[in-house]
Design a protein around this ligand. Structure first.
Ligand code: GRF
Length: 308
């Protein structure tokens, strides 16, 4: 702890004093008479709680090696700091992913390939589907990825319930859930159990052409029929409704004068595979940060000061 203390101390300003750090907690205290007027941790999604006690701030997180935070003391400018916890292996740990599909699973395959090639610092631990015979489920079985059927229904009595799915994903120690053409609504239990940890990809520029009923070719037919000249995929975090969670990334493709829905779908899907891999890669490297108004931004790997 001594060595850690001095290491942390060098990256902290003179008016702060390192107190302790563990894989889950960083505590700093301000020098006497300084009053902490502001402290925020905008750079890492894993911050769970932030508590103030006098001039001491405790930042609690899960699984992150690097802390980014800002502090302001009375009469001082806001300053940004980074503290690195060398005792935690979290950044070297590959993230554990669950993918949800209902169809062919080309996005699932793109992410799986990217993980195998090292472009995504994570591994697909489990596939969740409502259609056990779909192309995505077949691909999972061919690649020794366990398949879970969800939700339970009259036609799928052996499938798992929402509560069982949460428990199963916990057993797999899943960090992130990736929806890739999963047509069922994600139940609130899951949204609450994995806050800021569920992504979806949608084949239009949300918030346009999204919501219940906007899936597959219906989306592209609606785009063409509207006269919109541009379309493209959106990756967004998932809330308890269809397609309304915060947008994290988009790509634009042209809508051509003589486009069929199939042609537009193919053009958009080509971009989906690249965009989803890019976002999942950022997610697995803890490079998604949350702006104060709740909008997620990606932190560039090459230039950590660049957010987009
Ligand atoms: C994609 O167009 C995606 O945007 C939407 O469902 C489709 C899934 O395609 N959510 P695939 O199964 O990944 O090929």
């Amino acid at each position: 702890m001594e060595a850690l203390g001095s290491m942390i101390g060098t990256s902290l300003p003179s008016h702060t004093k390192f107190i302790s750090m563990s894989p889950n907690c960083l505590t700093i205290r301000l020098a006497s008479r300084d009053v902490l007027s502001h402290c925020k941790v905008p750079y890492r999604r894993q911050v769970l709680t932030k508590t103030f006690s006098g001039s001491e701030v405790v930042l609690q997180k899960a699984r992150s090696k690097t802390w980014g935070f800002e502090c302001r003391c009375s009469a001082q400018e806001m300053e940004s700091y980074v503290a690195t916890d060398n005792t935690s292996r979290s950044l070297t740990q590959r993230k554990r992913l669950a993918v949800f599909v209902s169809g062919g699973g080309s996005n699932f395959k793109a992410i799986h390939e990217a993980a195998k090639e090292g472009l995504v610092h994570g591994d697909i631990m489990v596939l969740v589907t409502d259609k056990p015979g779909c192309g995505g489920a077949e691909y999972a079985r061919e690649n020794q990825i366990p398949v879970i059927v969800f939700p339970r229904s009259m036609s799928s009595p052996d499938a798992v319930s929402a509560a069982e799915l949460v428990a199963t994903l916990r057993n797999f120690e899943v960090d992130f859930l990736l929806l890739a053409g999963f047509l069922k609504l994600i139940p609130i239990e899951l949204v609450q159990a994995f806050p800021r940890s569920i992504l979806n990809i949608h084949p239009s520029l949300l918030p346009a052409f999204g919501g219940k009923g906007f899936y597959g070719l219906k989306v592209h037919k609606a785009v063409i029929g509207s006269g919109a000249r541009y379309s493209g995929p959106t990756v967004h975090f998932v809330d308890e409704r269809y397609d309304t969670g915060r947008i994290v990334a988009q790509r634009v493709v042209p809508v051509l004068a003589d486009d069929t829905a199939e042609q537009l779908a193919a053009r958009v899907l080509h971009q989906e595979h690249q965009l989803y891999v890019e976002v999942v890669s950022a997610l697995c490297e803890d490079r998604i940060v949350w702006r104060e108004d709740g909008v997620p931004l990606i932190c560039s790997r090459e230039n950590p000061n660049k957010l987009y």
